[in-house]
Write a protein that binds this ligand. Structure first.
Ligand code: HEM
Length: 166
């Protein structure tokens, strides 16, 4: 029974990671380039804004699920205790080291996502469609979105090591 719940928890963790990263890559490689060809600019801006807002909500739900199920992953592995995490030696074991790097990458990802979703993205929609300000904001949003995708890939690379002992 315990292991069934553990498998379920890891599966939800994986599905949330797929949704979040998959959505980001879909938007970058398929959605945004297609939207950029939409005319007139007011329609393009409205589509960008609506898709952005919907994905922002769904994306943060996925991030919430990742943090929750990630914490439970540690608990199911019997590691969510002071005896383990509080022991100085733990963070220099292969597992502890990889977990540490994963948590650093996750924290950076959270910060970058927040800047993209709550500052740069909305700024791109706030300015008049097609204006130089809107263009500039959209370029910065696109750059930071790439940084975020890169961080997401790093988190997955670290996660794969972590699941196999670090
Ligand atoms: C507080 C944050 C997180 C913690 C504590 C955490 C912890 C863990 C742990 C302990 C595992 C191993 C599960 C097992 O097999 O027993 C795992 C797997 C995994 N995590 Fe996380 N995680 C966190 C956030 C994330 C995020 C944000 C992503 C993706 C962007 C992610 C992606 C993955 C993936 C893809 C696996 C499966 C790797 C595999 O089975 O090869 N995790 N996580």
């Amino acid at each position: 029974m315990g292991s069934q719940l553990y498998y379920l928890n890891v599966s939800v963790h994986l599905l949330a990671a797929m949704f979040w990263l998959g959505g980001m890559f879909f938007f970058a490689i398929v959605g945004a380039p297609a939207l950029r060809r939409v005319d007139p600019p007011t329609l393009r801006a409205a589509l960008f804004e609506q898709l952005g807002e919907r994905f922002r909500t769904a994306g943060w739900i996925a991030i919430g699920l990742l943090l929750l199920t990630g914490t439970f992953n540690l608990w199911f592995r019997g590691m969510l205790s002071d005896d383990v995490l509080g022991r100085a030696g733990f963070w220099s074991t292969p597992f502890g080291r990889t977990l540490g790097w994963k948590l650093v990458a996750v924290t950076a990802m959270l910060a970058v996502s927040a800047v993209h979703d709550f500052a740069l993205g909305p700024a791109a929609s706030r300015h008049p469609p097609g204006s130089p300000e809107a263009l500039r904001a959209r370029r910065s949003a696109a750059v930071i979105a790439r940084v975020n995708a890169l961080l997401g890939v790093m988190v997955v690379l670290l996660a794969v090591r972590l699941a196999r002992g670090g």
